[in-house]
Design a protein around this ligand. Sequence first.
Ligand code: GRF
Length: 226
Amino acid sequence: MAYRIAVLISGSGSNLQAIIDRIEQGVLDARITLVVSNKPGVKGLERAEKHSLPFAVIEHKQYPSREDFDAALVRVIKESGADGVILAGFMRIVTPVLINAFSGNILNIHPSIQPSFPGVNAQKQAAEYAVRISGCSIHFVDEKMDHGPIIIQAAVPALAEDDEKSLGSRILILEHRIFPQAVHWLAQGRLEVRGRTVVVRDAPPPAVVHIDSFPALVSPGLEQGF
Ligand code: GRF
């Protein structure tokens, strides 16, 4: 049976879409049991509906604490039968209540080369800092924000004329490539965590991929179809 995932979102859900697309293409071996948004009316929910995926809105504002909110998430995610939890642009700090319920099976995406620029607005922070290389990271979730063991990263050039938007859209193209890939490895049970190091069994070697006219360095490399 395919590995079952719940995808948590807060907004546009373009990363959710990338995961849906790879599943529908038969490349990513997983099944989405539930999409949860902490905000009503976001585009990501429309995407879930369009693809006939179960979805729910659980507003964090309705709960007295982060732990109570996470307990509500755990309830619906468990009910859906999910094995793992994918934080795809989910703009909430999660607590041990969620982390312990799905220990070792929670992934997050962060739009920077970690450990740089944790927290919100990573692309804005990078553009204002005027870095020359930026990118994105997929990591296991632990109790510190944007911190857990890194599975895969992609690096893109940052240009002198870049602003948050132009840099962010270049990074986003790579987010859509590496996130489904990391979910696939998780689903196949190919990720082994040794301290901070994640070993991907039979991972392709680091590779350069071309997006528009830009080279991007992806490590580990991407498998066929990602
Ligand atoms: C992405 O840049 C993600 O890395 C960040 O929030 C954005 C979400 O985009 N944390 P989307 O909702 O997947 O389109």
